[in-house]
Design a protein around this ligand. Structure first.
Ligand code: ADP
Ligand code: MG
Length: 617
């Protein structure tokens, strides 16, 4: 067990190392650092003075990416090669996306595995794409600070689950950053204001974050120098974009604008966004809009705009109410409400928020676009040992996890997590009728378990025979205050349960811990590549298996030609699934999916028809 500030042995942090703070946003990202000369955190700007980096990537014809403002224009000209909102895909499976559509191609290779994005002939994971944004921020920091930057604190939404947090860590790793801490966005924002935790102890804070496409409300409580999240609420599809849309709809109706043309429509949308921004400081806005050789003089007053967007803001207030209910504290016990996100610049948003939190002090003196990144920089400063007064908590120096398919490490408790800690995750079987499962527990930072340190195993026996995928195996890691890890595995359908205790760092010297960390940084790129390759191989094998089972069970619904065709693609996939080129494996996996998709529907239709037949009204 280690104490923060972490030293070289446990966390590899030297006193003079620079740690940057990063807000990896859905719409915009920023990087900040603690400016020693002023003692204040500062967001880093580009040569034109912009601190905001739009979270947009454009794939260049010759390969490689451009990120940020330079990529933005390509959203209209080359939508299939221009990726936005990648944060929505991070650590998510196709199932999680709820039929939401994007202008680029998302691969549905297997509903439970993580999504991939296809650009041209290549497949990219959201982790790789997020890494490109992080690289851009890293290089901005290096350019400004004139030194290599290797360490970062990255923020994520409070509701991010551990797969999404792990994906964020992986993205950092791939960008060449050692992610010392993942911090919740509301915590970072609160920290930017209240960084003298000793004075603020016992205080409850609401963080209202209205961004480009998302709304989050969190209620935090500051206890003994640690921010605890009491409740979160929000809407992942509500934000500044909706304010723009409301204005586009109003103008379209008022001026009889009808256009099928993507450029013209986009132009109108951008003018609406511009008008919205102007209305945050002016009483009215007007623009000339050229469409089909006509010129329309668009106008909007702040009063009219407020009327248009009122229902949207009311929705956010409804979420605020739910968050208060869930927090089990009284609204009058919320001392401060912190304003975060570009959309909180809209005056009527502020008014309605203040009206709702009538007894809380509104915290809006820090730039709402930057406040999360600035708070991340404060957290980075604490980690680098400059703020000994703050947030002293016990942390675990190496990650703890278990072995999953293909010998990959699945981290449950990441290093630098606070102790005590408890985390559970569900797994299932990959083969029909599997009656036992061995859970191998490892400690370390590498992506392949064979390069980590095995701590022990838990064997779950006597699971009743079930088809693959049906058993629900829950594994819970409990790390107590003494650093003892208890691993509990239970199959939830049958109630079979097993528990084993292990001591994580037993026998490891400080130098060995340090070496394990150093190795993980040296091999970061190769590790992530290996992980992505093994994941592609595993899902290809899984698909071959399920398709073969499908043919056996439901072959009668297919004609001989279809069976041969399917069998051919299965063979094709079998030929490549041990290949070392991830893109080829993914291409054929996709092909097999496309081949069998219509059959699955047919079988389902027949099953429904059968079921209907049996029903008597
Ligand atoms: P995210 O956290 O989703 O990455 P941001 O916090 O950067 O997003 O917020 C982006 C949103 O803020 C956009 O919808 C943008 O139009 C809006 N915005 C930026 N400046 C202003 C302003 N002056 N007035 C109103 N809205 C603004
Ligand atoms: Mg944000």
């Amino acid at each position: 067990m280690a104490r923060i500030p972490i030293n070289i042995v446990t966390g590899g942090i030297k006193q003079d190392d620079i740690i940057i703070g990063i807000d990896l946003g859905t719409t915009n990202s920023l990087v900040a650092f603690m400016d020693k000369s002023t003692g204040l955190p500062r967001a880093l700007a580009d040569t034109e003075g912009y601190t905001i980096v739009p979270s947009i990537l454009h794939h260049l014809p010759q390969g490689g990416w451009v990120v940020g403002n330079a990529a933005k224009g390509h959203l209209i000209t080359e939508p299939q090669n221009t990726i936005y909102s990648v944060k929505r895909l991070l650590g998510r499976s196709y199932q999680d996306l709820d039929n939401h559509t994007f202008a680029y191609k998302i691969i549905n290779d297997d509903t439970e595995s993580l999504v991939k994005i296809q650009v041209g002939e290549k497949f990219y994971s959201p982790i790789e794409l997020s890494a490109e944004i992080l690289k851009e921020l890293k290089s901005r920091a290096e350019h400004y600070l004139k030194t290599e930057v290797k360490k970062a604190v990255i923020t994520v939404p409070a509701y991010f689950n551990d797969t999404q947090r792990q994906a964020t860590r992986d993205a950092g790793k791939l960008a060449g950053l050692d992610v010392l801490r993942i911090v919740s966005e509301p915590t970072a924002a609160a920290l930017a204001y209240d960084n003298d935790a000793s004075k603020a102890d016992g205080k409850n804070i609401a963080v209202y974050d209205l961004g480009g496409g998302t709304f989050d409300i969190s209620i935090l409580s500051l206890q003994n120098g640690i921010f605890e999240v009491l409740s979160t609420n929000g809407n992942t599809y509500l934000g500044g974009d909706d304010l723009d849309k409301a204005l586009v709809n109003y103008w379209s109706e008022l001026y009889h604008i009808q256009t099928e043309n993507a450029y013209e429509f986009q132009e109108l949308r951008l003018l609406a966004e511009e008008a919205k921004k102007q209305l945050s400081s002016n009483d009215s806005a007007s623009f000339n809009y050229n469409i089909q050789n006509k010129n329309i003089a668009l106008e909007i007053t702040r009063q009219k705009f407020e009327e248009l967007i009122l229902p949207i803001i009311e929705k956010t207030i409804a979420c605020c109410k739910n968050a208060v209910t869930d927090s089990h504290i009284k609204i009058s016990d919320i001392a401060e409400v912190v304003m975060v996100g570009g959309s909180t610049r809209v005056p009527v948003v502020k008014q309605m928020v203040q009206k709702y939190y009538s007894s809380s002090k509104m915290m809006d003196s820090i730039n709402p676009d930057e406040v999360v990144a600035l708070g991340a920089a404060v957290q980075a400063d604490i980690l680098s040992g400059n703020r000994k007064d703050l947030l002293l908590i016990d942390v675990t120096p190496l990650s703890l996890g278990l072995e999953t398919l293909g010998g990959l490490m699945d981290t449950l408790i990441p290093r630098n997590s606070k102790i005590p800690n408890r985390i559970g995750r569900q797994y299932t079987t990959s083969v029909d009728g599997q009656s036992g499962i061995i859970i191998n527990v490892y400690q370390g930072e590498r992506d392949l378990v064979e390069q980590n340190r095995k701590l022990g195993q838990v064997e779950l026996k006597g699971i009743p025979p079930m088809p693959a995928g049906l058993p629900k195996v829950e594994v819970v890691f409990t790390l107590n205050a003494d650093g003892i890890l208890k691993v509990t595995a239970s199959e939830l359908r049958s109630g079979v349960k097993q528990e084993v205790e292990m001591t994580p760092q037993y026998g490891l010297t400080d130098a060995q811990v340090e070496q394990m960390l150093l190795d993980s940084f040296t091999h970061a790129k190769e590790d992530v590549d290996t992980r992505l390759l093994i994941e592609a191989q595993t899902s290809a094998k899984q698909l071959v298996y399920t398709t073969e089972v499908f043919l056996q069970k439901h072959g009668t619904f297919l004609n001989p030609e279809e069976i041969t065709q399917t069998q051919n693609v299965i063979d094709e996939l079998k030929n490549v699934y041990n290949n070392s080129d991830r893109n080829i494996i993914q291409q054929i996996t996709e092909k097999l999916n496309e081949t069998t998709a219509p059959f699955a529907h047919r079988v389902m239709d027949v099953a429904i028809a059968e079921a209907m037949k049996g029903k008597k009204l």
